[in-house]
Design a protein around this ligand. Structure first.
Ligand code: PGA
Length: 266
């Protein structure tokens, strides 16, 4: 049985200002303590604050993440940010395919796949986000939408590179709405994702890959979600803007893994 290390990320989106971003990072760094030994913790501040947040996080073990990247090394791409620029600022992990990039900005599967591949080639870890909209769920298309996004996002990603990849299952209707997916419903999609990874790669890869849940995760519902063995942590938006709440979610992930681990070894 592979024991997957939980992973909790805080996606700050287009929130904070310089002072509050630094303050939030400072509070998280100050309170992460031993938790970083049991859980990967990342924060994704807005691009302009990456450097200041990175300095504030220092060597406490919280990873610096970026919300996006552009899949070209340099050149005439006004407004975009390359992987070299992110690496210059010691970014370790980057989001690709977040639903707001897909549905608000209009990114398609091909661009998302190019971003995933570019980030992996640059040596960054990638959290690739997938998820169905409310209409797609109502129409019974949940499984197909997630399979399609998973497979197109991972096109031409080799099994060796898969170690750098985390999948975030984020049902679009649950993001920022306060409507969290039922733990059972979320777990069913996580299982489906893992089966598809087995099919695309192999059983080992499927057992090892981490799948986060995202969509209205907060300090009250995190424990129930993370109690499901298939759910390896969360990608947290709104609740990650409050250090106390974010750290409570991290603690829930660590505690759930300990409980699941004990249950398995009994
Ligand atoms: P939310 O956002 O926690 O505010 O729903 C999650 C996300 O978009 O990653």
């Amino acid at each position: 049985m592979v024991s997957r290390r939980p992973f909790v990320g805080g996606n700050w989106k287009m929130n904070t200002d310089l002072a509050s971003a630094v303050e939030l990072a400072d509070e998280i760094a100050a309170s992460c303590g031993q938790l970083v030994e049991h859980c990967d913790i990342a924060v994704y501040p807005p691009f302009p604050y990456l450097q200041a947040v990175g300095r504030t996080l220092g060597h406490h073990g919280v990873q610096l993440g970026a919300q996006d990247l552009y899949p070209q090394p340099d050149g005439p791409y006004t407004g975009e940010v390359s992987t070299d620029m992110l690496l210059d600022l010691n970014v370790q992990v980057v989001l690709a395919g977040h639903s707001e990039r897909r549905h608000v900005i209009g990114e398609d599967d091909e661009l998302i796949n190019a971003k995933v591949r570019r980030a992996l080639e640059a040596g960054l870890n990638v959290v690739m986000c997938i998820g169905e909209t409310h209409e797609q769920r109502q129409a019974g298309q949940t499984n197909q939408v997630n399979i399609n996004q998973l497979r197109s996002g991972l096109r031409e990603v080799g099994i060796d590179q898969l170690r750098q990849v985390t999948i975030a299952y984020e049902p679009v209707w649950a993001i920022g709405t306060g409507k969290v997916a039922g733990p059972g419903d979320a777990e069913a999609v996580h299982r489906l994702i893992r089966r598809n990874i087995a099919d695309l790669y192999d059983e080992d890869a499927a057992r090892s890959i981490r799948i986060q849940y995202g969509g209205s995760v907060n300090a009250d519902n995190a424990a129930d979600l993370f109690a499901r063995g298939e759910i390896d942590g969360g990608l947290v938006g709104g609740a990650s803007l409050d250090a106390e709440q974010f750290m409570a979610i991290v603690r829930a992930a660590v505690e759930a893994k300990e409980v699941n681990h004990e249950a398995r070894s009994r």
